[in-house]
Design a protein around this ligand. Structure first.
Ligand SMILES: *[C@@H]1O[C@H](CO)[C@@H](O)[C@H](O)[C@H]1NC(C)=O
Ligand SMILES: *[C@@H]1O[C@H](CO)[C@@H](O)[C@H](O)[C@H]1NC(C)=O
Ligand SMILES: *[C@@H]1O[C@H](CO)[C@@H](O)[C@H](O)[C@H]1NC(C)=O
Ligand SMILES: *[C@@H]1O[C@H](CO)[C@@H](O)[C@H](O)[C@H]1NC(C)=O
Ligand SMILES: *[C@@H]1O[C@H](CO)[C@@H](O)[C@H](O)[C@H]1NC(C)=O
Ligand SMILES: *[C@@H]1O[C@H](CO)[C@@H](O)[C@H](O)[C@H]1NC(C)=O
Ligand SMILES: *[C@@H]1O[C@H](CO)[C@@H](O)[C@H](O)[C@H]1NC(C)=O
Length: 536
């Protein structure tokens, strides 16, 4: 178990975590009215009781006195405890990388306070400047990054040219990154610097030790393996073992749907293998015959890649997505593509074509590529080697290797790797930032991604047990016993009406505090899910 109190003060959700250094979203507060400084000056923002500040940090932590700085936008939901009980900042990161911590606190600040205790200032960051972009205008960005849908991944299996095309496309992104980064900021977008930023924030609050709740940025469903090995794979840009549980997650859709019955699962068939076969047939049909869809919000093509992404997306958040996915698939199978399309669409982009990228513009793709690929070793693979990498990966997962392993192709395009950045090895007992975010701290938190629940991170499935451990951990430093397994109070395919009636039944038998925490956790989960979807 953990011995150093420094380790105790850190909690890692499932795998690896990033604060959202750079992200944007709709905002009611104009951060440009604030001036960055080395100390925290709080200003009321958004809605009471939220407060905001801009903290100045070194751009290059190895040359802190060269005068080049970055500013981190910080929002807090202030502690209401008396001073004697005040415990400082608790940093929350919704993951991504690219999800806005500011949006999380703006959306659910009070719920964080309920879930973790009023002793903390609950803190989220994002909107940092200078804002990086690979593009000169927002129009160029939207033209080059397919954002008409929720499609995140390319697929190796879409056609015989998709690997080569994706490869060339990512080379282009990597070259645009260099072209649009004359000041060399991108090299500093890395996990080690983000970890240093978080420590800077903590210190600016007058505290020594980081208190952190991060949601994994990893895109793979429900992986908990040895965190140590996992991290070394991350730093070698080898995402293969991320897929160890992907096929099992997919299987829960098939078996859950078969067991749930036609009432609860619209894509129902009598056996799991029949559900699987029906989905395969539907996928093949869409591959042969993609469908044009027009909705009031947007228009696009429901093709193989769209469908595969829609299914994978649901695997990340099965308790909230499986039933809807089943409805979308059933409608598609009966000839109506609109529902499944609409579940994954984003509004058609419109803009003034000549407008430069605004000060706080969307750059989730850039943040993702810069951090995920900039952290790791340079990927030097040829197209043939990437093809081999994919084929090797199929031995680990047949269900989504074609999508998930395209991350390596993404990284093959990215050429900015700061000399001296942290690249492992991970797993030493006594490490400093950012190693202590990983490895050892995973063990005590196995409840939030164990074999008992499906999906990615504890937020996708509400569990009283998990959240009560979180609170005990943050408030008292108490760790759950090794190997603790929490069950989830949710069903993959709830039968109509079951959720509310069960919630009512439980209300009478449980104490109010637990119910309050559960409701808060549910709202946090829903806010974070929205942020992450947008981050993609
Ligand atoms: C690739 O697509 C074909 C349909 O064209 C399908 O039969 C096959 O299972 C897919 N392979 C993988 C690994 O997804
Ligand atoms: C990636 O990791 C897998 C699983 O550990 C391994 O089999 C494979 O050889 C690795 N590939 C590369 C290119 O390092
Ligand atoms: C297809 O589904 C959409 C969304 O569920 C619905 O609004 C529409 O009426 C359906 N179209 C047809 C032709 O049934
Ligand atoms: C790519 O090549 C560079 C320079 O030779 C090397 O340092 C790096 O380790 C290589 N990347 C991988 C993933 O092997
Ligand atoms: C780890 O750090 C503690 C406290 O600084 C020290 O007492 C201990 O010897 C270190 N252990 C190792 C293996 O370096
Ligand atoms: C923290 O410890 C105190 C004293 O043991 C206990 O009363 C309290 O319930 C604990 N708080 C949490 C959130 O576990
Ligand atoms: C309600 O919850 C209980 C456990 O508390 C569970 O056994 C039961 O299946 C649930 N009922 C429905 C209809 O979901």
């Amino acid at each position: 178990m953990l011995s150093s109190s420094f380790f105790h003060s850190i909690l890692l959700a499932t795998t690896f975590c990033f604060p959202s250094a750079l992200a944007t979203a709709e905002s009611d507060f104009d951060w440009r009215t604030l001036h960055a400084s080395k100390t925290l000056h709080w200003t009321p923002c958004y809605s009471a009781p939220l407060q905001c500040t801009l903290l100045q940090v070194p751009m290059d932590y190895n040359a802190p006195r060269n005068g080049v700085t970055a500013s981190i936008a910080i929002v807090r939901y202030p502690s209401t405890s008396p001073k004697s009980q005040y415990r400082g900042p608790l940093l929350f990161n919704p993951g991504g990388p690219g999800g806005s911590g500011v949006d999380a606190i703006v959306g659910a600040g009070a719920d964080f306070a309920t879930a973790f205790g009023e002793q903390f200032d609950v803190v989220g960051v994002s909107y940092s400047t200078p804002t990086i972009s690979f593009f000169k205008t927002e129009a160029e960005r939207r033209f080059l990054i397919p954002s008409a849908t929720n499609v995140l991944y390319a697929s190796f299996n879409a056609s015989s040219v998709s690997l080569a095309d994706t490869y060339a496309n990512m080379q282009l992104m990597g070259q645009l990154a260099i072209e649009n980064d004359p000041n060399g900021y991108l090299q500093h977008m890395s996990t080690d610097n983000i970890a240093r930023d978080m420590l800077s924030i903590t210190e600016a609050f007058g505290f020594e030790k980081l208190q952190y709740w991060g949601v994994s940025d990893d895109k793979v469903g429900r992986l908990i393996i040895d965190g140590v090995e996992d991290m070394n794979a991350y730093y070698t840009a080898n995402f293969t073992n991320d897929m160890l549980d992907t096929d099992k997650s997919m299987q829960t859709f098939y078996s859950g749907c078969a067991e749930a019955g036609a009432q609860a699962c619209a894509f129902h068939a009598p056996s799991a293998s029949q559900v699987a076969a029906n989905l395969a047939a539907l996928t093949a049909s869409v591959k042969a015959e993609p469908i044009a869809v027009l909705t009031p919000q947007s228009h696009g093509i429901l093709d193989y890649v769209f469908l595969r992404n829609a299914v994978l997306d649901a695997l990340f958040d099965p308790y909230n997505s499986f039933a809807a996915l089943a409805e979308g698939l059933a409608a598609l199978a009966s000839g109506n593509a609109t529902l499944l399309y609409a579940q994954n669409e984003v509004p058609t982009f419109e803009c003034d074509c000549t407008a430069p990228a605004p000060a706080f513009h969307e750059n989730n793709f850039e943040a993702y590529m810069a951090i995920e690929c900039g952290d790791g070793l340079p990927v030097n693979d040829t197209i043939a080697q990437l093809q081999q990498f994919y084929e090797d990966g199929l031995k680990v997962s047949t269900s989504f290797a074609d999508l998930l392993l395209t991350t390596r192709v993404l990284c093959a395009g990215y050429k900015i790797h700061r000399q001296g950045r942290f690249t492992g090895p991970v797993g030493a007992k006594n490490t400093s930032f950012p190693l202590l975010l990983v490895g050892n701290t995973l063990d005590p938190v196995t409840p939030h991604a164990n074999a008992d629940s499906v999906g990615h991170t504890s937020l996708v499935a509400t569990s009283d047990c998990t959240f009560s451990y979180y609170k005990a951990y943050f408030v008292n430093g108490t760790l759950p016993p090794p190997g603790t397994v929490c069950s989830v109070e949710a069903e993959l395919f709830p039968s109509p009406g079951s959720t509310s009636s069960n919630a009512t039944a439980k209300r009478t038998t449980e104490n109010l505090e637990e119910i309050k925490i559960r409701e808060a956790a549910t709202r946090i989960g829903s806010v974070v899910r929205k942020i992450l979807r947008r981050a993609l």
